[in-house]
Design a protein around this ligand. Structure first.
Ligand SMILES: [Zn+2]
Length: 80
């Protein structure tokens, strides 16, 4: 009985650790003029509607349209 409780606690702790380690934030950048869209890793100071560098295609300014949490394939499958 004591052993099974121990195993249960161990596996629960492992799952909590994995949840904390995996999430990463992604920033979606769009050009309003030509609809060019790109996604990159979130960088400190990013916020929605922030103006960024010029668009690669039309030289208009690009803006951040979304900041989202990336869901990796690893998180969807059970780790055994
Ligand atoms: Zn553009």
């Amino acid at each position: 009985m004591a052993l099974s409780t121990y195993v249960l606690l161990q596996s629960r702790r492992r799952m909590t650790t994995m949840k904390l380690a995996t999430p990463s934030m992604m920033t979606t950048i769009e050009c309003r003029k030509c609809d060019f869209k790109s996604v990159r890793e979130f960088q400190r100071g990013d916020y929605v509607f922030k103006e960024l560098d010029k668009c690669q295609k039309c030289d208009d300014k690009m803006i951040i349209t979304a900041i989202s949490k990336e869901v990796k394939e690893k998180e969807k499958t059970f780790p055994f």
